[in-house]
Design a protein. Structure first.
Length: 362
């Protein structure tokens, strides 16, 4: 086998030899030491502890089957059940007559076997082939991940550009998008101090939520200029059209979700979807488009809903002048008392008042 790939790692691969008999470990080490970094374990328990602790990160494991403490099959079970070790290739060390053990080992996830007594040429060839294949696969995975990340970044940039264009179309500076992202980060960080939100925020990655917040009004691309730019108060029919920006935005994101490449992109687009669709829902269930209430409203949307209102209040619009920071906070408090916002998030917003003032230079 002669697999070559650009930028293949140059340093020696690590081989972990697991055998309770010292003579077997010494023989395998003498065969392989010139070409590989050798790590040893004298039983299955020691091998598992080394790998799961991160003390040993082998490119391949040579695993005896019959051992004290933990046998080879048990080691395989542990390795295949753990994300850190499930992709490490395992070659079984078996006696010549151990056909039944070999079959069981293959069923458990082993990729090959080396018979006892050892033949140096066979050991070198089999270890070499599988190490080379493992390195090739690892390098290929790295390249695929890099390409996926590039595609995700490109998609994020396109969506962010669309969001900025919508702000310009609304005759605004485009800073609303930037401020929304900044304030989402500030408010998310403040909420990390609240045990009621900490776990959900950590699991959902605040940084991804911040990126997604910029797209909250992307659905306005489907709202006609005569409504979007109208300086007077909207009629009920016009307001109904304006409300559709939540459902239109979520439809745009839903199409992208179908083509999501990995978990990171899926999480990013899921936040985009939740924020687009639900940032005008109300805590009391009287919002739109779905009239969901309380904790049924995604946390990301509850956060952005307060930020969106605050920024709209302290910024001038075609239909109104800017309110002062103090008046904006007063109105947000009144809206929260009337059931519009999650009061816990409003309190965190107020606690972040000094930082928010700095963002707006007020």
């Amino acid at each position: 086998m002669n697999l070559n790939i650009e930028n293949m790692p140059e340093k020696k691969a690590t081989v972990l030899i697991v055998d309770d008999l010292e003579i077997n470990r010494l023989m395998l080490e003498s065969i392989l030491a010139e070409d590989y970094i050798i790590e040893e374990a004298e039983n299955g328990r020691e091998a598992v502890d080394k790998m799961l602790s991160g003390k040993c990160k082998p490119s391949l494991v040579l695993l005896d089957i019959i051992m004290p403490e933990m046998n080879g099959f048990e080691v395989l079970d542990v390795m295949k059940a753990n994300e850190l070790t499930r992709n490490i290739p395992v070659i079984l060390i078996t006696a010549a007559e151990g056909v039944e053990n070999e079959l069981r080992g293959f069923s458990s996830g082993a990729i090959d076997y080396i018979p006892k007594p050892f033949n140096a040429d066979i050991v070198k060839l089999r270890v070499g082939s599988h190490v080379e294949l493992a390195q090739y696969r690892e390098s290929l995975e790295v390249m695929v991940n890099l390409k996926v990340n590039e595609l995700i970044a490109t998609k994020e940039n396109i969506l962010s550009s669309m969001a900025s264009l919508i702000e310009y179309r609304s005759l605004e500076s485009g800073d609303h998008v930037k401020r929304t992202a900044i304030l989402t980060g500030i408010l998310s960080e403040a909420l990390l101090n609240n045990p009621e939100f900490r776990t959900e925020l950590i699991e959902n990655d605040c940084n991804i939520m911040v990126k997604a917040s910029s797209l909250h009004d992307i659905g306005k691309i489907a709202v006609p200029d005569r409504i979007l730019l109208k300086p007077e108060k909207l009629t009920p029919d016009e307001f109904s059209v304006m409300e559709t920006h939540t459902s239109k935005g979520s439809e745009i994101i839903e199409h992208l979700l179908k083509d999501a490449n990995d978990d990171s992109e899926n999480l990013y687009l899921r936040h985009c979807y939740d924020i687009c669709r639900h940032h005008h829902e109300r805590w009391d269930g009287k919002g739109y488009p779905d009239k969901i209430a309380g904790d049924d409203i995604p946390l990301s949307a509850r956060i952005v809903s307060i930020i969106d209102v605050y920024d709209a209040l302290v910024s001038s619009r075609v239909y109104k002048p800017a309110f002062s920071h103090e008046d904006a906070l007063k109105m947000i408090k009144e809206e929260a008392d009337n059931g519009k916002f999650d009061m816990r998030i409003v309190e965190a917003f107020f606690e972040s008042e000094d930082i928010i003032r700095k963002v707006y230079n007020i």
